[in-house]
Design a protein around this ligand. Sequence first.
Ligand code: PLP
Length: 395
Amino acid sequence: NQPLSDRILNMSTSATLAMAAKARELRGEGKDIIGLSLGEPDFNTPDFIKDAGIQAINDNYNSYSPVDGYVELKEAVITKFKRDNNLTYTLPQVVVSTGAKQSLANIAAVMLNKGDEVILPCPYWVSYSDIVKLSEGVPVEVKTSIDTDFKMTPAQLETAITPKTKMVWFSSPCNPSGSLYSKAELEALAVVLRQHPNIYVVSDEIYEHINYTGKAHASMAGIDGMFNNTITVNGVSKAFAMTGWRIGYIGAPDWIARACNKMQGQITSGANCIAQRAVITALNADPSVVKFMIDEFKVRRDLVLDLLSNIEGFQTNTPEGAFYVFPDVSYFFGKTLRGKTINNATDFSLYLLEEALVATVTGDAFGNSNCIRISYAASQKEIIEAIKRIKEVVS
Ligand code: PLP
């Protein structure tokens, strides 16, 4: 009976945060829960970045920054885009926000009118559909499966386009599948997109450095004819283990960047000033400073894949990036385990939490109801123990 808005009542709660809360509750009851549900690196922010934050406090950075970010930070973003992605953005094309999540919310708010369709290749990051809906856009899910490595084909994209299509949003490397689009795959999608110059692409590249292919990351904005139709979203949460610092940014056509700046001028007045100063140091550093994290993630990915391959009913692809494995567990649907009937991925994920005391996230949250997401942002010891427990309760 609380007189809340339809807007909030119609919004789903973030499933990843809900699972984290449930795991915390069980831990509070004394249960030894292993968390493989979180989307954040289990490393500390590197010392040289922390030092820059401390320095900023001592240098009295305590006033409002420019709404779209300090010029030095926007210059560091421009340097980073050129160095890592060979993309040439200028100062008016860059906006710094309170995490990539706010970058995405700004984009939805400035680009979408009621009923505009946004194509979301599934599985997609948990918040995309609710961010789109909040701005009265209509998410259009394009189903993919393990057979295409969870990637959308050009034919699927073409079929999903209607006169109402305004945008396409995707992440590469992808949360939750870990799949990444090669340059050739982006070029093939661009062949379709170039026929529709009224469609804009959000290319969420927040996991770009967590890439195990040994090949350079491919950016949609770098594909022929796509620069003026692409908003490149990135941030420091994943690559620099800075989730709580809350800094994300975009490179976009001037008119879109200007609109995002106007939007956040009324909503946040800009991102935290201390965090912005620290991120200048982070982005100006050579990405090799975080290579130790990527190497460790790769070892863990191989460990998870190896251990899961010994459990009947877990079908996996080989994720090439990010820190997630997204096994298809539909084998278990309709089966009864320890007296509990598993009808779908949500039942299965809850079963693992209750019986194996391992927290994962249901694929339903990401627009795929056959899979669960396992995050390997956890120690090797925890991973080994968690998968041992999972094997025990499903065998
Ligand atoms: N995009 C993707 C694909 C993510 O996985 C996340 C975080 O989980 C974000 C964006 C948001 O990142 P930030 O912490 O910068 O808001």
